[in-house]
Write a protein that binds this ligand. Sequence first.
Ligand SMILES: [Zn+2]
Ligand SMILES: [Zn+2]
Length: 137
Amino acid sequence: MPDNHSITKKERDCLIAVGRHLEDQFPVRLSDLSRELGIKNPTALNLVKRLESKDMVLDDKGMIILTKNGLERYQEIQEIHRIIETLMVKHGVDLNRACQISQFIDYLMDHPSVDTIFENLGKPSICPHGESIDQYH
Ligand SMILES: [Zn+2]
Ligand SMILES: [Zn+2]
């Protein structure tokens, strides 16, 4: 994975929180993000600025939206997340625990490893939550 793709766990959580609001009528505000992430406004702003410098989000007068690059990264992380939790659940890990653990791995995984896992799992179309695995592959 190229270096400009590398993000921290906190940046990952922020990117996912912004992405989750994609279906909403209005973009997410900074104060919503702080609340959802359980952090203070200045900390959330700092995360948004860091993601902005990596061309993943845009801060439009307090409305936080994903860039094209950020959307791709969001979808990719979601896909990888679902593949990893599918792997763990298949091997007996509790679903909630698998989902939690996957959040610490999904943004770090490289494509060849994920592809190998995906193929060995028999290319599942959904994760154990029933969410689709189809964008990244
Ligand atoms: Zn999950
Ligand atoms: Zn899931």
